[in-house]
Design a protein around this ligand. Structure first.
Ligand code: M3L
Length: 288
């Protein structure tokens, strides 16, 4: 089983992650708290209240976990494609796989990475939603002191299954949308590249960026539900399940609720995924 894809997936994921984390914090807050009027309001308030550091809350865990998550995504994707088409990464330019195979391999990668991602994502969302400034004396201390304390508290208060809160919504969000992700990337690359040649860096950047946007646009409704289910344990507001969360959110806030965070998700997705795909392709080329 080729391992380069796993390592390339890890490094490229980490680069994308740091770049996109401030956008991600604003998104999570807009999706789960109703005190902000929009992206600008949330950004200004976060900056005033918590300084630039506020945007990087909850990042250490994703950085550690991206090693697992993105390498599972890219590694499983590439190896699934190898199993389906019997072509390695380097042969794929000459013998391009069919879009159906790309989609199936993408969904398989998406499904498996969702399970690795679930507990890390939960901790990230809980930490991002703490709006207390980091160093304030006298005020009430934040609920969680850091990622490890957060994980331990969830474990104690909500049980081991608590760590997988929202995991179903996450799996449903990621399985088809990561299929879409790789299909869009492949399609855009092929449109801009003569047969049999490697796509240029610009093509990879643009195709990666748009693949990120397409995938996030289709993922946003379930992303909202996922974030809400993850916060539910903390807010002592129980949902019966995914459907209940969907119905009660829509009843209370209208259908627009499913598109919360769409703009910011898309703005984040372009640079993050452009960098992810460029570094992934570059590393595989380097080691090839
Ligand atoms: C499938 N879905 C759109 C949810 C995620 C796509 C993940 C791609 C990249 N790691 C990123 O964070 O943008």
């Amino acid at each position: 089983m080729p391992v380069e894809e796993f390592v390339a997936g890890w490094i490229s994921g980490a680069l994308g992650l740091v770049l996109g984390h401030p956008f991600d914090t604003v998104k999570v807050r807009l999706q789960t708290q109703s005190t902000y009027r929009g992206i600008i309001d949330c950004t200004v308030k976060t900056y005033r209240h918590e300084s630039i550091l506020g945007f990087f809350k909850g990042m250490s865990f994703p950085i550690a976990s991206i090693a697992v998550v993105n390498s599972v995504l890219f590694g499983v994707y590439s190896n699934a494609l190898l199993a389906l088409t019997a072509t390695s990464h380097h042969e794929r330019r000459l013998q391009p796989p069919s879009y159906t195979h790309v989609f199936i391999a993408g969904c398989t990668g998406g499904f498996l990475q969702a399970y690795c991602l679930a507990p890390f994502d939960l901790i990230k969302v809980r930490l991002q939603n703490q709006t207390e400034p980091r160093a304030r004396h006298g005020g009430p201390p934040p609920r969680y002191r850091g990622p490890v304390h957060c994980a331990a508290s969830i474990f104690q208060e909500e049980g081991p299954r608590g760590l997988f809160r929202g995991a179903w919504a996450l799996t449903l969000r990621d399985t088809p949308t990561l299929g879409i992700y790789f299909v869009s990337y492949e399609w855009l690359c092929r449109q801009a590249t003569p047969d049999g040649q490697n796509p240029s860096s610009t093509t990879v950047l643009v195709a990666g960026g748009f693949a990120g946007i397409t995938s996030w646009v289709t993922a946003t409704p379930l992303d909202v539900i996922k974030s809400r289910m993850q916060m539910a344990g903390l807010e002592r507001r129980e949902y019966q399940g995914l459907l209940d969360c969907m119905v009660s959110s829509a009843r209370q806030e209208g259908l627009g609720v499913f598109f919360r965070g769409l703009t910011i998700n898309s703005a984040r997705a372009f640079p993050v995924n452009a960098v992810t795909f460029l570094s992934y392709e570059y590393l595989l080329h380097l080691w090839g």
